[in-house]
Structure formats: C-alpha cells, structure tokens
Design a binder for this molecule. Structure first.
Ligand SMILES: Cc1ncc(COP(=O)(O)O)c(C=O)c1O
Length: 388
C-alpha cells in the first residue's frame, strides 16, 4: 500500500500514550489535567435550550448556501458587533470548524510547497493542517521575558519568497499571550511589504484574565492589510460538537477574497443546516456559557500558585488568558521523565511542553478548563511530586 507524502505520519504511540493506555486498561484512576473538551469538564450547560436551538422544523429542508445561511452569518456578525467590532455579515463565511477554516485559507492562498509562518510554541495541529494542504509551516518564535512576545526580528528573517500567510494565534495556545498593538504595527508592515495575508486565530479571544489597553482583540475589522479572522462555537460557547466555525474577511482585498472563498466553500458545502440554523440561539447563550468557562479558567488560574505551594520548585509562566497554564519544571529530570513519572506514580496526566514546541525543556502544560475537584487534587499531587 502506498500513501501520499502528506499522509506519511509515524503512527506509533509515544511512551506517554502507551503508559496512558495501559493505565486506562488496568482501570487505575487518572487525574487528567489536560481535559480541554468543555463538554467533559463539568460545566453547567443549559441542555434544554441547546436541544431546542438545534431541533427546528426548518432543518428538514436543505437550502444550500456556500457562504453560510444569512441567519447564521448575521448572528456571527452580531457577536463581533456586540464586542465593539462592527462586522458586515457579507464578510462572514461559515465553516464546519476552525480547522476547516484554516484548510480553506490555505487552499485559497497557497500553492503546494508555499510557506506559512506559524508561531512557536503554539497549536500542535498546524503541522497536520499545513501538510494536508501541501504547504510548509515555518515557525517564528515567541520569546519569554516575564511574559511572552513575538520575536519580531526572527519573524522578519523567517519570511521567504515562498511565504504566503502569516498566522497569528490571539491569544496563543498554550502561552495565553495576546497580540499587542505594537506587534500588529510590525505585522502589518511585513504583510504589506511581502504581500502576505494575516490569518488570525481568535478562538480564545473572549478569555482574558483582565483588561489591557495594549491588546489587539480581533483583526475582523482590519483595514490596512488583508486578513482572515477565524473562530467558532467550539470555544466561544464551548460547543465543539456543533461543528460551526467561521472566517471573517477584512482588509483592502476583501471583495476579491470573498469571491474566491465562496467557490472553495461551494465545493464542499460542509456546514450542516442544523448548526447554521441553531447559531443565533446558541450564540445568544454566550453571556451564560462564556461566563461559566471564563469563571472556571479564572478560578483555576488564581488558585494554581496556592495549591502548588510557595516552596514547589517550578515557576508558573505569566499568562494573560486562554485555556492553558504553563509550568517550567526543575531541570533535575528531562521533560519526558517528569511527565511519565507523574502519570506512573501519581496518576496525574499533563501535556509535555514539546507537544507545543517549547524552546528547550522541561515544561508542563495544564488545561485550566479541568473540573475543580480534579484540578485541586491533580495540582496538589503535581506539587508533591516536584518537591519530593
Ligand atoms: C488555537 C486553536 N485553534 C483552533 C482550535 C480548534 O477549533 P475547532 O474546534 O473550531 O476546529 C483549537 C482547539 O483547541 C485551538 O487551540
């Protein structure tokens, strides 16, 4: 059997996956500090309202619309407008997830072998999303100086004649760092000089621990440079199973981009009518669901240092929001030794930093969405293990 080079993955499970599987099979308990599926995090979902939003008579009729049904696009535009960023529904495209939104952007703007600039450390799926569209992800570093920032000099150096897209994750996963106005000024300049489109992944944009006037909230109303802003119900209201994401097109070439993006979307017509018709009522749940998620991550973030204890030999890296916390662990063991040891002896699961391409090691990444009881117990055991 011969597979394409795009699909030439090494599918052998790593040591952590093997250990986890063995533990699950033997029925030993696991305190999972990586749970980032909101529907499994013991959040107070209003089940009846969600089901009512999805069970409408109109879903019985198929009315295909490449860009997305107006009712869904209007609700998505209203989400931006309610946050102070007026968006025209004509600039909104529905997709079946943010992942699909990325794939549309890469298809629209890149030829095979072209390059996209992606932040590092960041979202591990870029490697796969890029490979499946036959484009090459080129990392640009975020650096940590008592807070994360883009290494703008390294970003400039990473641009090549093959670069087409500059991806920004705002706030970034897992560093929780937002794009700053000063950084955006440089991104605009680089974008304009090299004819790049900015793809701004804003799925965690609603989740900041506090205000910051220097922060860029969204590029959905950007005028100077060509932008595609991505988000979806998966994080905005914690409903990944509905499979509704979107792209907002902005910038000087918006009309031309929309014309061709419509052809890409029309080729697949992948967004379900049910998800689109449900969008207004589901987005109307944002004050409730978004707040429940924000309270969960805020509370877990605030109590993290206290549970770890002042004497635990690790540092919690500064983070402005998002769904993750990063710990820098003592160098007395390798990252793999820490993470495997933690699971084997304490039953506590964390993400190793290399999963997100952290520079150097050892780091551990924890999901702030974790249910409170698991969080308290898991973090306490982590603290004991690091201190032992
Ligand atoms: C930065 C980032 N973008 C996109 C996604 C995926 O979003 P969706 O479920 O809409 O594909 C995730 C999921 O964790 C993410 O971390």
């Amino acid at each position: 059997m011969r597979f394409s080079r795009r699909a030439s993955w090494d599918l052998r499970p790593n040591r952590l996956a093997q250990l986890l599987e063995a533990r699950r099979l033997s029925g030993e308990p696991i305190l999972d500090l990586t749970e980032s599926n909101p529907t499994r995090a013991d959040l107070p979902y209003p089940a009846a309202q969600i089901l009512e939003a999805l069970a409408q008579r109109r879903v019985l009729c198929d009315a295909p619309a490449a860009q997305g049904l107006p009712v869904a696009r209007e609700a998505i535009a209203a989400y931006y407008t309610s946050r102070g960023y007026p968006v025209d529904p004509a600039r909104v495209f529905c997709t079946a997830s943010t992942s699909e939104a990325y794939s549309f952007a890469f298809k629209l703007l890149c030829d095979p072998g072209d390059e996209i600039l992606v932040p590092s450390p960041s979202y591990p799926l870029f490697e796969f999303l890029a490979a499946l569209e036959s484009v090459r992800p080129v990392p640009y570093p975020l650096v940590y100086h008592d807070g994360w920032e883009i290494d703008l000099a390294a970003l400039r150096d990473a641009v090549s004649p093959a670069t087409r897209i500059l991806v920004v994750v705002n706030p970034n996963n897992p560093t929780g760092s937002f794009l700053k106005k000063k950084e955006l000024a440089t991104l605009r300049e680089i974008g304009l000089r090299h004819g790049l489109t900015l793809v701004s992944d804003e799925v965690f944009g609603d989740y900041a621990f506090g205000p910051d006037p220097e922060r860029v909230q969204t590029l959905a109303t950007e005028e100077a440079v060509s932008c595609l802003s991505l988000s979806g119900l998966s994080k905005v209201v914690g409903l990944p199973q509905v499979k509704l994401g979107w792209v907002v097109v902005s910038g000087p070439d918006a009309a031309a981009v929309c014309e061709r993006l419509e052809v890409v979307a029309d080729t697949y017509l992948s967004v379900s009518t049910t998800a689109q018709l449900g969008a207004p009522a589901l987005l109307a749940l944002r004050p409730r669901l978004g707040r429940a998620i924000a309270e969960r991550i805020g509370e877990n973030w605030r109590c993290l240092p206290e549970i770890l204890g002042a004497r635990t030999p690790c540092s919690v890296l500064r983070c402005e929001g998002g769904w993750y916390a990063t710990l820098q662990l003592p160098r007395t063991r390798s990252e793999e030794e820490w993470v495997l040891g933690l699971l084997e002896t304490q039953g506590v699961l964390v993400h190793p930093g290399h999963f997100f391409d952290f520079p150097g090691e050892p780091y551990a990444v924890l999901s702030l969405l974790t249910a409170p009881a698991t969080w308290r117990q898991g973090v306490a055991r982590l603290g004991d293990f690091l201190s032992a």
